[in-house]
Design a protein around this ligand. Sequence first.
Ligand code: PGA
Length: 257
Amino acid sequence: MFKRTKFILANWKMNKNSNETIDFLNALNNNLPPTKQLQVGIAAQNVYLEKMVNYVRSNNIPLEIFSENLFYTQEGSYTGETSPAALTDIGIKGSIIGHYERRNLFKESNGIIGLKVAASLKNKLIPVLAISEDTTDYDPESASMSPLTELAIALAGVDKSIANNIVIAYEPSWAIGTNKTMTNLDITHAAKVIRKSLKIILGDNIADQVRILYGGAVNTQNANTIFNLSNIDGLLIGRASLSHNSFLEIINSVTNV
Ligand code: PGA
């Protein structure tokens, strides 16, 4: 079976100013594990991304910088949008796509999200495709489950030969920004449903390489247990990633086992 590199991604959302961003990166310096042991990334507001990339590179910090969104064409008349080519140009590693807040507040559909996933792959960016359906009641043996439909639309246009670079972030909408996490049993079940759906859409070989992250109310107390659940390859962390103390505590808790 394929050995998937574990991955922890911070989602800062619309938080932190320029100084706070650099102070945070400075606090991570010399405190992160090597990337081949654990891939660590931060997704931040576009306005600070290039500065972050430059800081990380000049200080040799094993940290990758992600955007929280992108558009699906290379260039053109799309006022206010960010081209995937521009993100690649400044050294961005990947992008969160279809986060629940974008689906909910900005009405992004699975069709639009699918175009963004395909554009990311084309531009050598890792698409972190966020899905937020509640899988608690779905039967992994059934072919008509909702995550399968959601994933099938979002992955319809991808080039399968590079689809192994896709990361899925499973975040039940009711857990985001709350203190409610899914039970370990439900997370395991959800990850199994997603893996099975990926196998149907992408084939066994590619689906085995796709990493599945869990997100939604991850904190210093629950991170290690969730991180080690079957089919879970890492975490997408919102609030607990805003303090470097709790972010590093989570990283240490999953690497020192
Ligand atoms: P949370 O957010 O960790 O603050 O619940 C996670 C997310 O929205 O990605």
